[in-house]
Ligand binder design. Structure first.
Ligand code: NI
Length: 177
């Protein structure tokens, strides 16, 4: 495993539409996902998308709020891998919340996101994953999937006056995606 370099806003890889993964079980995909997880943990992020590590494929990883331990109480991998994800909006109500991004270091901003979504995709074995998510988890998944379409959170902002350096508002709760 290795820690990968994260592309920052302005790098063209962050603007392209990523390609679907044809074989989720391919060794190079497993290797990439291992590196993405390690990179995300090292950077203290809540999620990471493959284009952020210069790979234009439709893969995202994010903290999975549903997994904290297995039935034996042992800690297990708490990062979910979602390949070729799709999002369906279940609740047209939008929440506003502060977001940060590992590709937009140092900044935070208020972003509207659908409150409730159904997300789906496949895991590293090609097995279907389908889940409903609300609030913060729904926000993280929407943020990560936006990366696959070349969208960074500032492009979703309505009120740019909320775009701030996190060091200036350090007491705000925030998560980096
Ligand atoms: Ni991000």
């Amino acid at each position: 495993m290795s820690i990968l370099k994260i592309a920052r806003m302005g790098h063209p890889i962050l603007s392209v539409e990523a390609e679907p993964v044809s074989d989720p079980e391919a060794p190079e995909i497993h290797s990439l996902v291992s590196d993405m997880k390690e990179t995300m943990l090292d950077a203290g992020g809540a999620g990471l998308a493959a284009p952020q590590v210069h790979v234009p494929l439709r893969i995202v990883v994010f903290q999975d709020p549903l997994i904290t331990s297995n039935s034996n109480g042992e800690e297990v991998d708490s990062i979910l891998t979602l390949i070729n994800p799709k999002i369906e909006i279940l609740d047209s109500e939008y929440n506003f919340g502060m977001e940060a991004c590992l590709s937009v270091p140092g900044l935070v901003g208020e972003v509207p996101r659908a409150k409730k979504i159904l997300y789906s995709g496949v895991d590293l074995k090609g097995k279907l994953i389908e889940r409903e998510a609300e609030d913060f988890h729904a926000r993280v998944v929407q943020h990560e999937c936006d990366h696959l379409d070349g969208i960074l959170y500032p492009m979703r902002m309505i009120d740019l006056s909320t775009l701030s350096f996190s060091s200036e508002i350090g007491h705000f709760s925030q998560n980096k995606n």
